[in-house]
Design a protein around this ligand. Structure first.
Ligand SMILES: CC(C)(COP(=O)(O)OP(=O)(O)OC[C@H]1O[C@@H](n2cnc3c(N)ncnc32)[C@H](O)[C@@H]1OP(=O)(O)O)[C@@H](O)C(=O)NCCC(=O)NCCS
Length: 232
């Protein structure tokens, strides 16, 4: 099951009792208060998502450690032992999201704030098929942001981030949101010649995207399952 958590910097618990010693050391080393706040937000959301996947204990979840690997990808251990749960974190202007799934899963997520795009944005960053999707949408800037976000989520799922060009992955989706809930995405990886599947939905003023491999198993619900906000 693919689960997700969202929250804001303001909602992040204060103090460091819920951080592992290594996490507390890491956050203290980060340069700016803004970076420390978004990093803590990501850890809090990741711990909630990992708990919802059945790992660790909630009171407090200091035994769950989210550590970046050499590429920056978040990895999870519980009481010092690596566990088989994939997580992906994203934050934007004080709001964050984290998705998680048990097992040998690859996933990546992204949250973006749709903004007015400079002339030439689509031509520079989107493939011709993606430019067509954006141009035929009712709100081309919002559609371009959504496509950009799905590309970034896929590069995170691949673990490369921007080390891989955005042009190496090609998004197809319908940019008109369903009245409520998650909307499907397909992303073709033109290097590995395979297609990722995922989801997107508006969240307040933002857009959230996630891709996952293998595709999220049927859970009786359509799309990722929200984590109870009272876990931590
Ligand atoms: C991963 C990346 C796409 C994130 O983009 P962003 O829009 O700045 O930030 P987001 O808030 O969406 O995501 C940040 C989270 O991505 C995760 N992340 C970082 N590198 C990652 C990677 N290689 N794969 C998967 N996830 C990664 C981290 O959890 C990070 O949050 P945290 O550091 O607070 O834990 C981007 O930072 C990147 O490509 N990094 C790796 C390559 C790099 O450093 N390039 C330098 C510029 S070319």
């Amino acid at each position: 099951m693919l689960v997700w958590a969202t929250g804001t910097i303001e909602e992040t618990p204060p103090g460091s009792a819920w951080l592992s010693p290594a996490e507390a050391e890491k956050v203290a080393s980060l340069g700016s208060p803004a970076r420390r706040a978004e990093w803590r937000l990501g850890r809090w959301l990741a711990k909630r998502a990992v708990l919802a996947c059945g790992f660790g204990t909630a009171a407090p979840p200091a035994g769950i450690e989210i550590r970046a690997d050499h590429l920056g990808r978040p990895t999870v251990s519980v009481d010092g032992v690596p566990v088989a749960v994939a997580v992906s974190i994203s934050h934007k202007r004080g709001r964050g999201v984290c998705f998680a799934a048990r097992g040998a899963v690859r996933l990546g997520c992204d949250i973006e704030l749709p903004a007015r795009r400079r002339v030439g944005f689509a031509a520079r960053w989107l493939l011709p098929t993606e430019q067509d999707i954006a141009a035929s949408s009712r709100d081309p800037d919002a559609a371009a942001t959504l496509i950009w976000s799905a590309k970034e989520a896929t590069l995170k799922a691949l673990g490369t981030g921007w080390r891989r060009p955005l042009a190496s992955v090609e998004v197809s989706l319908d940019p008109s949101p369903a009245p409520a809930g998650w909307n499907p995405i397909a992303v073709r990886d033109n290097v590995e010649a395979r297609t990722w599947s995922g989801w997107w939905q508006p969240l307040e003023h933002n857009v959230v995207t996630v891709v996952v491999d293998p595709p999220a198993p049927a859970s009786g619900q359509r799309g990722p399952v929200s984590v109870n906000s009272t876990v931590v």
